[in-house]
Design a protein around this ligand. Sequence first.
Ligand SMILES: Nc1ccn([C@@H]2O[C@H](COP(=O)(O)OP(=O)(O)OP(=O)(O)O)[C@@H](O)[C@H]2O)c(=O)n1
Ligand SMILES: C[C@](O)(CO)[C@H](O)COP(=O)(O)O
Length: 230
Amino acid sequence: MTYQVIIPAAGLGKRMQAGKNKLLLEINDIPVLVHTLRVFEEDEACSGIILAIHPQDEREISALLKKYLISKVLSLVPGGDERQHSIYNALKTVKTDGIILVHDAARPFIRKDHIHRLTQKAEETGAAIMGVPAKDTMKKVINGVVMETVERSSLWAVQTPQAFRVSLLKKAYKTAEKDKFLGTDDASLVEQLDHPVSIVEGDYDNIKLTTPEDLYFAEAIIKKREKEFY
Ligand SMILES: Nc1ccn([C@@H]2O[C@H](COP(=O)(O)OP(=O)(O)OP(=O)(O)O)[C@@H](O)[C@H]2O)c(=O)n1
Ligand SMILES: C[C@](O)(CO)[C@H](O)COP(=O)(O)O
């Protein structure tokens, strides 16, 4: 079953402290954004990519799409002040129904087989997200004081892609806009509709490149993946 994917790539990358869009940093001499785009370009089930970008990056990103033969990008839409706004700008351009994915450009290590398991689940339930069981103990802290230790057995570290029936995601975003609700992921907007969201177990390699040390992890993941193919 085919899907389209919204890839938000319009952030400022403040926590990466790179002085430029972290998605234009290179891993193994290839920009992070290109690593991510290639997964979907090479997935026969992906029928199109809608890329939300910062207008200042348009010339450089357009040149990268040409250089790396990324042909599935249907449109470049302007990002917004928040991740949610960038995604909504992209979602408004989606005219098809069916399944839409949202995947952070900052997560270059998503695997095709995990994407397919996710889209299958979203086809069945209307909403499904990628994640892994939490490994660390999580505590609720206020003003430096531990308030509560959260029971770990039911905790998951949520990732992207997140997959939805297009009509459901559009309803969730419209409702969030009306209610002025801002979530840190797309599923939280769907949860506001009391719609169940399923989770599909991915792997711990699917990291989001957020802070400088994530670049070291990324180099290690690439080296590991190179060995997988020999
Ligand atoms: N206004 C925004 C904010 C984020 N993103 C994208 O959403 C993904 C996840 O966001 P995050 O990792 O937090 O990126 P930044 O917001 O750039 O990071 P920071 O918070 O450190 O500035 C990234 O691919 C980022 O480019 C976006 O498209 N528009
Ligand atoms: C959507 C997400 O990647 C799920 O873990 C995460 O919430 C994005 O957070 P960010 O601060 O916008 O990177």
